[in-house]
Design a protein around this ligand. Structure first.
Ligand SMILES: C[S@@+](CC[C@H](N)C(=O)[O-])C[C@H]1O[C@@H](n2cnc3c(N)ncnc32)[C@H](O)[C@@H]1O
Length: 222
């Protein structure tokens, strides 16, 4: 067995793939709200973020914008309310040896939005800045730095999240339609799995509900 979920080329190559596929406890909600470029000011999104993130202690947010509750914040824009101002990928890489309870992942939602951000900041746009590699490369760097049992909260126009290949399992989805021709904002909540968590899922133990359990470290060996 490989050491990291990351080391498997496909999710289907992983041991326990059958357990990953099982999705008998996924919660999905759909709540209308006005759009806002600062995602965490949208009421139902703020509520779900607050519910999981709490005081933000031990959380990381590489695209923090103006409203991040996370302890470790970064945003490329120097005017954003963040401790660091660099490209998300460089920010994560410099966090060497640190682990986090969870990650807030709320980047620009399309290649066009990324291009607009970079152009406003007079930064050259490279080809890999505006395709799916932009998102995956940051997720791949963060995933090993999240504790087992920790969370990834992603916002965007799809429900892909971090995914099974990076060791995460979907537990809750919030769909926020904004009316008219606006795209919905989709929030995914995923949990980092290890062997014992996977077994707990298989045995139908109540491991899922975040509000009544601390996010702390789970045993890695049963
Ligand atoms: C959707 S907004 C985040 C909003 C934030 N969650 C809030 O509610 O205030 C995306 C943010 O990513 C930043 N950004 C864009 N490209 C980036 C990059 N490569 N690295 C870090 N931040 C970036 C933008 O400046 C913008 O503030």
């Amino acid at each position: 067995m490989k050491e990291n979920y990351n080391d498997y080329r496909r999710t289907s190559d992983m041991p326990n793939f059958e357990m990953f596929k099982k999705q008998d406890t996924l919660k999905i909600k759909r709540i209308w709200a006005m759009p806002n470029k600062w995602t965490f000011q949208i009421k139902p999104i703020k509520e779900i973020v607050d519910r999981y993130v709490g005081d933000g202690n031990g959380w990381i947010d590489p695209f923090a914008g103006m409203n991040s509750p996370a302890e470790f914040t970064n945003d490329l824009n120097p005017k954003a309310k963040a401790k660091y101002h660099m490209k998300a990928i460089d920010f994560i890489k410099q966090m060497n040896g640190q682990v986090f309870k969870g990650v807030l992942f709320d980047p620009p939602y399309s290649g066009r939005q990324i291009k607009e951000c970079y152009t406003d900041l007079h930064i050259d746009v490279q080809r890999d800045d505006t395709n799916s590699f932009f998102y995956y490369s940051v997720k791949r760097e963060i995933a090993p730095k999240i504790v087992d049992g920790g969370y990834a909260i992603c916002c965007g126009w799809n429900s892909g999240g971090f995914g099974g290949k990076l060791g995460f399992r979907l537990v809750e989805v919030l769909i926020v339609p904004h009316g008219s021709a606006h795209n919905d904002t989709i929030i995914t909540i995923e949990r980092k799995m290890n062997q014992s968590l996977l077994l707990a899922v298989n045995n139908k133990e109540d491991w899922l509900h975040p509000t009544d359990k601390s996010v702390g470290i789970r045993p890695t060996i049963l």
